[in-house]
Design a protein around this ligand. Structure first.
Ligand code: EPU
Length: 340
């Protein structure tokens, strides 16, 4: 039977981008639906379990006293294709950035702004990954997910996913109920490029490119990200640790009176999103070290493992930041990373 690759007492250090060294009581890599069904039949989904993709959005604070299920469905399948677009279905375990590069190689547009985001394809819709003016929901068609309660595979279309800023039904009403197995995207052959995000147009200009293609945009995004965000292979981190808060216009105006330089994006008539990174930097946290963790020197939104950090070092640091930003600016930040 295929559960014979189940291991016990495995270190998770290579399975989370923070590089936290905790142990899982049991560990299995799943490559086929039949294995999920076996786990289901053996009652594993009724017991303590943790579903893992690329481990790029979690902070592990304890040894895991249950089974860790690493999702590793592979494959890229073209479902249909015409002059305008291609519909492509991708296994949840595929690496997101490799998919982006594959799309660019084929001249398929739509995800070039999402270059270099760590993690897997299956994790991408969970939190509607986004960067530089684009979110996965802009190219999303449907996904398949294994329902833990019934053992059935269910299809979710765009509407059923109810995507929002760093959010979907898989983080809200269906939290912990499904395992995403395949994701289908519609990529465009005649690209509508999105260079509206300030840093992209500036970087393209600096690169001397005035008529960019999708590869140029991807190169620009890679350049911006690598200059600000730590490479998880070198410095453990999980990207943005906090979400950018949305506040009322009223509250924003008060803040702007005090800090005229505060950056902001209008969400609608009544609400404004402000960069948490700016608040954290203004609060004096950029580059600060706490135990074996720290705030990244180049982007205050990112917490890092300074070497041998425990999950609790990072968690305690994040709590100090939450408290301090609340007392200094009256804003309650929220963590974006899942604490386990
Ligand atoms: N800022 C500071 N200090 C900092 C960081 C940022 O003042 O330490 C200011 C910048 O100067 C700029 C503004 O904040 O005016 C926005 O900064 P940036 O463009 O770096 O974007 P962000 O809002 O900090 C978000 C996403 C990133 C994504 C970028 C680009 C969230 C939580 N984060 O960051 O996503 O790459 O926009 O689109 O929405 C991630 O989710 O892991 C991630 C990296």
């Amino acid at each position: 039977m295929s559960l014979n690759n189940l291991n016990t007492n495995i270190s998770l250090i290579d399975y989370n981008t923070f590089g936290i060294d905790v142990y899982a009581k049991e560990f299995i890599v799943v490559k086929e639906i039949s294995q999920l069904i076996e786990l289901y039949n053996a009652g594993y989904f009724q017991k303590n379990h943790l579903i893992l993709g690329g481990g790029s959005n979690i902070l592990l604070t304890n040894n895991f006293d249950g089974i860790v299920i690493k999702i590793d469905f592979s494959g890229k399948l073209i479902i249909s294709e015409d002059e305008d677009s291609v519909l492509i279905e991708i296994g949840a375990g595929e690496n997101w950035h490799e998919l982006v590069l594959y799309a660019i190689q084929n001249q398929w547009a739509g995800i070039e702004n999402l270059s270099l985001i760590p993690g897997t394809v299956g994790a991408a819709p969970m939190q509607n990954i986004g960067a530089y003016g684009v979110e996965i929901k802009n190219v999303f068609e449907y996904l398949f997910a294994f329902e833990k309660e019934s053992g059935q595979v269910v299809k979710f279309d765009l509407e059923a996913c109810d995507f929002g800023y760093r959010s979907s039904v898989f983080k809200t009403v269906h939290k912990d109920k499904y395992i995403i197995t395949r994701v289908c995207l519609r990529l465009k052959k005649n690209p509508k490029l999105n260079t509206s995000y300030g840093a992209i147009s500036e970087t393209l200009k600096a690169m001397g490119i005035d008529n960019p293609g999708i590869k140029d945009i991807s190169d620009a995004v890679i350049k911006i990200r690598s200059s600000k965000l730590p490479d998880p292979n070198k410095i453990g981190n999980a990207g943005s640790f906090f979400k950018n808060p949305v506040i009322s216009k009223q509250q924003f105006q008060k803040l702007r009176d005090k800090y005229p330089e505060i950056p902001s994006y209008e969400i609608d008539q009544n609400s404004i999103k402000i960069p948490a990174g700016w608040l954290i930097e203004k609060g004096g946290w950029k580059g600060k070290i706490y135990k074996n963790s720290g705030v990244h020197e180049k982007q205050a939104l990112v917490l890092v493992n300074k070497g041998n950090a425990s999950g609790n070092d990072v968690l305690e640091l994040s709590q100090k930041i939450l408290n301090d930003i609340k007392s200094k600016f009256g804003i309650q930040l929220e963590r974006e990373v899942n604490i386990i």
